[in-house]
Design a protein around this ligand. Structure first.
Ligand SMILES: [Zn+2]
Ligand SMILES: [Zn+2]
Length: 305
């Protein structure tokens, strides 16, 4: 069987909640969430359109790899969509852009996308979108193929509104990306439909269903990019974010051997983020899990050499 090249995971924006710039925050970067999975195919696959997306904006559409763009949106909080209206390829007639996203409380993502251009938001008239732009509505749990070769699986995670975790598989490469998610415990059922489900089957049964479902979703992936916004001391369970301890526990239960800590808090300077990694590595050692801080413009192959 012909082997495919390993996909490459590229971090373009790793900061959560809001972009930040500060002299003490240059080591990991201040742009908000955006990742790219380079499968070697003639397309660009992106997860989220935070300000990190500007690293891709304006790539020449003359190259077939940059003409077709698929963007998987995890959810519509500002830090994950802020750069979408500025993506230069939207104005390029040769570009073919697909945006895959869940609805928000019944509002299609295409409507929310329009709101990003609403009157008074931009200092210039709305730029004409000349690219071929297609919206794909995603339902939690749905899976689909991109160009018949890249498999995308989705899972609704414990975060406000409808927030999707993605699993991307291509050849022997696989990665799961969960940028915003809190562990479910003690009734913090944050996502759309979750309180209703807990009422329907009982709180404990729902929390087990969610936890087991998340582990089953993640089992078998090579690498996990996971929300470690908080730490064990400052976690606020109702804010919809996690800690290194939670991320390591999930990796251990799902048999994942590489964890990228992601969605760094805008309050955490380089020293704090580095210390967090040191602490997480000491916790993960006994499980044989490699822990790496996501850093803007770093690239990682998704299978071992
Ligand atoms: Zn976020
Ligand atoms: Zn969020």
């Amino acid at each position: 069987m012909k082997k495919t090249h390993p996909a490459i995971l590229k971090f373009h924006g790793v900061r959560g909640s809001r972009p930040i710039h500060h002299t003490e925050m240059t080591a990991y970067g201040g742009n908000s969430t955006c990742l790219e999975i380079d499968t070697g195919m003639d397309l660009t696959l992106v997860i989220d359109g935070g300000t990190g997306l500007q690293h891709l904006s304006g790539r020449s559409a003359d190259h077939p790899k940059h003409k077709k763009i698929h963007i998987l949106v995890t959810h519509t909080h500002w830090d994950h969509v802020l750069f979408l209206p500025f993506l230069k390829q939207l104005t390029h007639p040769h570009c073919d852009i697909h945006i895959h996203a869940p609805e928000v409380d019944g509002i299609p993502f295409s409507d929310l996308f329009e709101m990003l251009f609403a009157h008074g938001r931009l200092p210039i008239p709305r730029p004409a979108i000349k690219a071929k732009l297609t919206f794909h509505k995603l339902i939690p749990g749905q899976n689909f193929l991109i160009e018949g070769k890249i498999r995308i699986d989705t899972f609704q995670v414990n975060h406000q509104h409808t927030t999707l975790g993605y699993k991307i598989s291509h050849g022997e490469s696989s990665v799961a990306v969960i940028t915003d998610a809190s562990v479910i415990s003690n009734g913090n059922h944050l996502g759309k439909g979750m309180p209703e489900r807990a009422t329907e089957i009982g709180k404990e049964a729902f929390e087990k269903e969610y936890g087991d479902g998340l582990i089953a979703f993640l089992r078998g992936v090579h690498s996990l990019v996971f929300d470690t916004h908080f730490n064990a001391k400052n976690i606020k369970p109702d804010w919809g974010h996690a800690t290194p301890e939670i991320a390591i526990d999930i990796c251990a239960r799902a048999g994942i051997k590489r964890l990228f800590m992601f969605h760094h808090a805008p309050e955490d300077n380089d020293c704090k983020v580095a210390l967090k990694q040191m602490h997480a590595r000491s916790l993960a050692l006994k499980f044989g899990i490699e822990v790496i801080n996501a850093r803007e413009e770093d690239q990682w192959p998704l299978i071992s050499a």
